[in-house]
Design a protein around this ligand. Structure first.
Ligand SMILES: N[C@@H](CCC(=O)N[C@@H](CS)C(=O)NCC(=O)O)C(=O)O
Length: 205
């Protein structure tokens, strides 16, 4: 059985839930109380050294993983789905996956703290993050020209980016419709029950 350590308000966990659902893999959720600081405890840090959800243990193989992108790659490899095998096509998916991990998700995570968690207002940091996220939306919008999904076929890269598109208007305070291809793509993803299962994990973050 796959065990997913998750939190109900975590977009990064939502990506993994969406992919588990899309792949039809059985899994069990273990909630982690991140508001209460459980992620910093010794027991959880053994699974997730950076103290973040999601983390995943595959009891069948012994794989113990943190970082949502690493988890998505593992699930795709385990099933042979949502990630092409040929090197060039595989690298294309990995490229957009890493763009999410290094940029979109990272900046959205920081913005969440500056807007909702900081004791002092930080206008420069907030505007910087919102500007970066708007730039990223433009990049994704251009990538979607002539493509139904980010890399042509549906892949783990789509599921990695989708939670942030769902949250874009609340986070960036601009209409997603400013990026029509991204908005259409987001609707196509949301039409899938698996992506909705993941987003419902995320929308309250
Ligand atoms: N790059 C990481 C980010 C994970 C992350 O920041 N998770 C958040 C919830 S969405 C978390 O666990 N935060 C706990 C904390 O900041 O203490 C990933 O993709 O898994």
């Amino acid at each position: 059985m796959i065990v997913l350590y998750t939190n109900h308000a975590s977009p990064n966990s939502g990506k993994v839930i969406a992919v588990l659902e899309e792949l039809g893999l059985p899994y069990r959720r273990v909630p982690v109380d991140i508001a209460g600081g459980e992620q910093h405890g010794e027991a959880f840090r053994r699974l997730s050294p950076n103290g973040t959800v999601p983390a995943l243990v595959d009891e069948e193989t012994g794989a113990t993983l943190f970082e949502s992108s690493a988890i998505l790659l593992y699930l795709a490899d385990k099933t042979g789905r949502l990630l092409p095998g040929a090197p060039a096509a595989r690298a294309e998916v990995q490229k957009w996956l890493m763009f999410e991990a290094a940029n979109v998700g990272a900046i959205a995570g920081e913005l969440y703290h500056y807007v909702l968690k900081a004791d002092d207002p930080a206008p420069y940091a907030i505007e910087r993050c919102r500007g970066r996220l708007a730039d990223f939306a433009g990049i994704l919008d251009r990538q979607l020209a002539g493509r139904e999904f980010l890399c042509g076929e549906l892949s783990i890269a789509d599921f990695a980016h989708h939670p942030w598109a769902v949250m874009f208007e609340d986070f960036v305070e601009r209409p997603l419709a400013d990026y029509p291809r991204l908005a259409d793509w987001s609707r196509r993803l949301t039409a899938r029950a698996a992506a909705r299962a993941g987003s419902s994990e995320a929308v309250t973050a």
